[in-house]
Design a protein around this ligand. Structure first.
Ligand code: CU
Length: 754
């Protein structure tokens, strides 16, 4: 009898969720992960996040993937099987999930343990932070970076129900693993979609991300300075997937953490293994076995997996059956029930993902935390930063099905055809692989699709502007907004000193050179209204006095320059008054084909009132003319509410919001590299005196370039400190008298020296 390793994988991860619950900081055991009832008391929900550089398939993984259950051990990040450095929170990928009820207070202590001095901040994507803009977590806009070896506490009310996520908002850290799901539930009686599902389980939250085979900073530098490959090599589903193939017979050793791409010499590996295996068996294995023995039924299941594994490896020589992969994610359902699934995209590159589940249609009910009139589709596309909730009716045969995430654009056939699968497993299904191929092409699900890439409203597709919100109409949908801004988005042909040098390797010179493959040796600049965002030296929200009003710029203040031919960079700001209804007409001019920019607004949700693809490319001037001629139709009833939206390439998306939340709010493309290149601006809502004040002790930072160091010596360091009154008056005991005398002597010495 032979058993495929893939089936072994499947058996092993069937108990995955049980194993996860044994992990000390997993959401399953957190007191805030509870049913949200009408009479639930709000809780204070505390989390400790430790941020570190880490690695995939570390020693914590033991013999993963050869022993597949080892892949499920705490601190084992198996990812797609490719070895690379990562950044993690609590050595998990994705980081810890947060599941709370509306009204809870979320408290997260973030400890930065990144060696090398890199600062961090965490953004709570989808949480509007009304009253607490300084908790929005945007480095150098709402706070200073959290320095290495320091702890910063985020504390805010979970007031915005829905499927959200948290992620680093500094550098490329989000690319390297610093993200996790964040779900705020409310009582079913307050959920407009509750009639459509039976179960809303935390374990049905699916985090998607495209994934590189190297650190984000390395890929960014390779792509932008050397025009080398910086495109995703994989997609992960809840941090799991299969890409790299391992073979016990041909790899260097039989132990997973030392597969063939290791750089250690073989004898050194064997030495290490001999020593570490002894230790492993005496300490950690014992702990793991103890953990597994907690419930005898689980142990029996584990034992049978081990037995099958041994039988399998004993029975075969070098064949396909010896190949091993890191495990897929797995989601369990029971026949006859309707389940709410929550899908989140922590998209990194321009890699929209087509999501589908074989043999199941999806009833789409919500996006970015806001419900809409349900629609039945075969698949949907999710862009970086978006979230979609759907109901899956488990009405098929009891078996296993592929859940598919198929990458498009920079993940598509013109690049590496990147896709990933996970298992949808019916309870009591036989342990048999789905008969369908898990390959890239099979993920191209036909039939009605929601939110297509670069396609306007048309047959076979539903664009988000066609959805009917279940949130009642409001002031935002009045006929004419108070203010309207046109924003041109594109990759522009300007000489950007970050990537070109007019003297040594100018844009013109590089345009005529061709490097690797088809890529031309020049880099275009993704901009908003032909301006690249310059990060200010201090966060304007929390250091008003440092960043004065004329520090900011916009299209008008830059009018003395021709930013269509010359590189323009400044701290781009749109300023609006509190209470105004704002319309943003986002125009993707589309000079670079098949590009796409999902735009995310902090601090406010917006209504999507129009979306159209006009041509392969267009101009903001043309859209202005169309608009002036009344050729752009807006949906001013029940327009869907979102916080992240795509703009068709060569087309427009029009969004509306009411500026009710005073603060400095980032509005940016959610593609990590585009944002790093400055495809962002800040929307100032209200005057600074109208913004909620941060605590007095809130950390500060900024430039320090004094004319003369002497002039800057702070008075308190010069003068003799006052004798503390507690010391001066406490003479009741010998101990306090001695202490007081010591203090006086110290102060006298201090005065003499100063
Ligand atoms: Cu972009």
């Amino acid at each position: 009898m032979t058993i495929s390793p893939v089936i072994l994988t499947l058996v092993s991860i069937l108990i995955h969720s049980t194993l996860q619950s044994q992990n000390e900081d997993d959401y399953h055991t957190h007191p805030c992960n509870r049913e949200c009832l009408d009479d639930s008391e709000p809780k204070e929900c505390k989390y400790d996040f430790t941020i570190e550089y880490y690695y995939t398939l570390t020693q914590a993984c033991y013999d993963c993937p050869y022993n597949i259950t080892d892949c499920l051990r705490p601190h084992c990040v198996s990812a797609d099987g490719v070895s690379r450095a990562i950044m993690t929170v609590n050595r998990k990928l994705p980081g810890p999930s947060i599941h709370v009820c509306k009204g809870d207070t979320v408290v997260v202590n973030v400890k930065n343990m990144l060696e090398g001095g890199e600062g961090v901040s965490l953004h709570w994507h989808g949480v509007l932070q009304e009253g607490t803009p300084h908790m929005d977590g945007v480095t150098m806009i709402t706070q200073c970076p959290i320095h290495t070896h320091t702890t910063f506490q985020y504390r805010f009310k979970a007031n915005d129900p829905g499927t959200h996520f948290w992620h680093a908002h500094s550098g490329q850290q989000r690319t390297d693993g610093m993200f996790g799901s964040f779900v705020i539930r409310r009582p079913r009686s307050h959920d407009a979609s509750s009639m459509f599902y039976d179960e809303d389980l935390p374990e049905h939250t699916i985090m998607l991300n495209d994934w590189l085979d190297q650190m984000g900073a390395e890929a960014f530098a390779a792509g932008h300075h050397a025009m080398k490959d910086h495109f995703p090599s994989s997609i992960l589903i809840n941090g799991r997937g299969t890409v790299k193939e391992f073979n016990e017979m041909t790899d260097h050793s039989s132990h997973g953490s030392h597969h063939k791409d290791t750089t250690l010499p073989e004898d050194m590996i064997m030495d290490t293994l001999t020593t570490t295996r002894t230790m492993e068996m005496t300490h950690a294995d014992h702990m793991f076995d103890h953990m597994m023995h907690k419930r005898s039924s689980e142990h029996a299941e584990m034992q049978s997996i081990h037995n099958m594994h041994n039988m399998d490896t004993g029975a075969h020589s070098m064949s396909d059956l010896d190949a091993r992969h890191t495990p897929h994610a797995l989601f369990k359902v029971k026949q006859g029930k309707r389940y709410r699934f929550r899908i989140i995209s922590n998209g990194i590159a321009n890699c929209p993902i087509q999501f589908s589940i074989d043999h199941h249609s999806l009833t789409m009910i919500s996006t970015d935390g806001s419900p809409f009139n349900p629609i039945l589709v075969e698949s949907f596309t999710i862009f970086a930063g978006e979230r979609y909730d759907f109901v899956l009716t488990a009405n098929q045969h009891n078996r296993n099905y592929w859940i598919r995430a198929r990458g498009l654009a920079e993940c598509g056939p013109e690049y590496k055809s990147v896709s990933q699968t996970a298992f949808l497993t019916y309870e009591d299904a036989a342990i048999v692989l789905p008969p369908e191929s898990p390959d890239y092409q099979s993920g191209n699900r036909l039939g009605l699709m929601l939110n297509p890439l670069n396609i306007g409203p048309s047959r076979g597709f539903i664009t988000v502007d066609q959805l009917d919100s279940l949130v009642p109409d409001d002031d935002v949908l009045k006929p004419v907004p108070d203010k309207k801004f046109y924003i041109a988005m594109d990759f522009n042909m300007v000489e950007n000193p970050y990537f070109q040098n007019s003297k040594y390797y100018s844009l013109n010179t590089m345009m005529n050179r061709h490097g690797h493959g088809k890529h031309s040796m020049h880099m275009l600049s993704p901009q908003l209204n032909h301006i690249s965002f310059m990060v200010p030296p201090s966060p304007p929200l929390t250091q008003h006095s440092t960043i004065v009003d004329d520090f900011f710029c916009n299209e008008e203040t830059m009018s003395d320059k021709d930013c269509t031919t010359e590189f323009c960079q400044c701290t781009h700001r749109i300023k609006v008054q509190l209470g105004e209804v704002i319309e943003l007409v986002l125009v993707d001019e589309g000079k670079l084909q098949n590009n796409n920019h999902p735009m995310h607004l902090h601090g406010h949700s917006f209504r999507v009132v129009a979306m159209e693809k006009l041509n392969t490319s267009t101009t903001v001037e043309f859209v202005k003319v169309l608009d002036a001629m009344g050729q752009i139709k807006r949906k001013l009833t029940r327009a869907v509410l979102k916080d992240t939206v795509t703009v068709p390439d060569g087309g427009y998306t029009i969004i509306r919001f009411k500026a009710t939340n005073p603060g400095f709010w980032l509005f940016h493309c959610h593609i990590a590299f585009h944002m790093a290149m400055g495809m962002t601006l800040v929307i100032q809502v209200g005057e600074t005196h109208q913004m909620p004040k941060p605590p007095k002790s809130f950390p500060k930072c900024g430039d320090w370039t004094p004319e003369s160091v002497d002039d800057e010596v702070v008075e308190e360091f010069k003068s003799c400190p006052q004798l503390p009154t507690s010391v001066a008056t406490s003479t009741t005991t010998v101990a306090t008298t001695t202490k007081a005398l010591t203090t006086v002597i110290v102060l006298l010495v201090c005065c003499l020296l100063s």
